[in-house]
Write a new protein. Sequence first.
Length: 317
Amino acid sequence: MNQGSIDVFEHYDLPFETYFNKGVNHEVQVHDEIELVWVLRGNATMVCDNRNYLLTPQTLFMINPFQVHTIKSSDDSMIISYRFKKEHIKEYNEAYKGLVFINRVYTLEELAIKYKEVPLLISQLIKLLISPNQSSLIRYKIVGYYNMLIYELYTMLLKERSLDVKKKDVPFLIKRQNIVIEYLNKNFLGKVKLEDLATLIGISTYRLSHLMKEMFGISFREYLFNIRFEYALRLLRETELSVIEIAKMSGFSDIKYLNKLLKERFKTTALKYRKKFSGDVGNYYSDSKYFQDFFNELRLCIKRFDKLIDPIISDSY
């Protein structure tokens, strides 16, 4: 199978798809999703709406939905493509209807100076995606950072068109999101109240309810429910505890309710799920040299990002 046709992080069920490609030679393509192309190594020629663009190492290019494009790259190239699922960014498309991303090549240096939040958030996303800790619980951090990145990309679009836009304090938002996630991940098995978390981060319960939706696309209650369910799934895969014990430990009323959830999500029962996935610790790609080549290159990119971003963030905040 062509490795470039695989959504690398599909197991996280994210609102975007990620494709790793080497030596690309894609003929005419058209799709209904926004795509961010990032050249890690080598050179690539992008033809978009009959215009040629040269992408060199550490450059990015935005492609709009239904935009005709081709891309050809050198044999030594390493390219990442991110496809933004249209269902997730529907509200942005509606809010900025009629606006499209400008076709041009962005360098990391330019982004670090003019739109520092974009490389900062990309760096945070990469750190999580290639982390050895592949726990499903970090999915919510990834989604939170991604939502911030989408906002900042649209902010970049508006600035490129010399339009006014509300500025966000991204380092502060990252810090606040991490506090929320760490608190919930630490306390989800006990009695967690919206009021307690709101007090911890210094905002009202009303604002926190809206903030949860902004960050993760789900409510406070849904978030709590999801991490309890993920915890139950992990216990089923990795322990020999009885299903009754797991249901109680995960905060579910009884085994019937847990089985109901499993049937809705996986069309199976707790015992059948355990039999199928027992011993699966979520090591999805560590044995693939193809993927590991990209992970190693991305680790080098993170170091470059940090060198570019740190002094700029320090001066600005």
